[in-house]
Ligand binder design. Structure first.
Ligand SMILES: [Zn+2]
Length: 255
């Protein structure tokens, strides 16, 4: 970035938004904790997706037939399809995020090599914007630049932690795993009980699990837990009743 360039580029803003990074400069540095929390939140969301989509499938099919074979086949297909789709989506999104971080890093490296003076001025301005006096900001910027100009700019300007660049394969595996762990719950709940209890048992198990997942993600996000649980349980109950009704209607009309 040049010295007169005091607004972040569109790519930087997008990368920050995609990662859910804090954009205000005074946020205390808590990279490790924030990273773990984001990871846990993604896992809860993935499990939630697995619960909802496979519960919808097995309850919909159970509305049409009481034989276990089709219910199990449909549920398993839903589990695999969902896990693959989640993994693929995550792979693509993390890959492009990593590419844009690499591009930003390379550009910053070129700028530091080409116009080191302007980059020092820029870094000084960033620390002044954080609330340091001009003199202190100059000292901080100069010392950080002496220790490693690129690392200083990546941190202060682009908020990129070089040790924390996500792996697309790892992210894909994690989201497939969390989806699968959620999907197993409705699959087991519909298969294990005797036929008459299947649908009620699955309803209750799914609503409890959704409530727990909702409470956990509300807690992680610092929002109102009771409201989040209520929302997700009512939404889940309506969704399941709807899919059961559709399955029952079409299953008996067509089958
Ligand atoms: Zn810079």
């Amino acid at each position: 970035m040049s010295a007169d360039d005091d607004t972040p580029s569109e790519a930087q803003v997008q990368a920050a938004a995609a990662e859910g990074r804090p954009t205000h400069a005074l946020e205390p540095h808590a990279g490790g904790t924030a990273g773990r929390l984001n990871w846990l939140r993604a896992a809860v969301l993935g499990a939630n997706d697995g619960i909802v989509s496979v519960a919808g499938i097995v309850i919909g099919v159970a509305g049409a037939t009481s034989s276990r074979g089709p219910i199990f086949t449909a549920g398993l297909a839903g589990l695999v399809a969902g896990a693959v789709s989640m993994a693929l989506g995550e792979y693509v999104s993390v890959s492009s995020q990593r590419d844009s971080q690499r591009a930003e890093r390379a550009q910053e490296k070129r700028e530091i090599a080409a116009t080191p003076e302007a980059e020092l001025v820029e870094l000084t301005a960033l620390y002044e914007a954080k609330g340091l006096t001009a003199a202190t900001a100059r000292t901080v910027a100069a010392e950080l630049t002496a220790r490693g100009a690129l690392a200083a700019h990546l941190d202060a300007e682009l908020h990129i932690d070089p040790d924390d660049i996500a792996s697309p394969v790892q992210a894909a595996g994690a989201s497939a795993l969390s989806f699968t762990s959620g999907a197993l719950l409705p699959l087991l709940a519909i298969l294990l009980p005797p036929a008459p209890a299947r649908v009620p048992v699955t309803f209750v198990a799914v609503l409890i699990a959704l409530g727990l997942a909702g409470a956990l993600s509300a807690r992680l996000g610092g929002s109102d837990i009771r409201r989040a649980v209520l929302r997700v349980v009512i939404g889940g109950a309506l969704g399941l009743a709807f899919t059961y009704g559709i399955g029952h209607l079409f299953g008996t009309a067509i089958g």
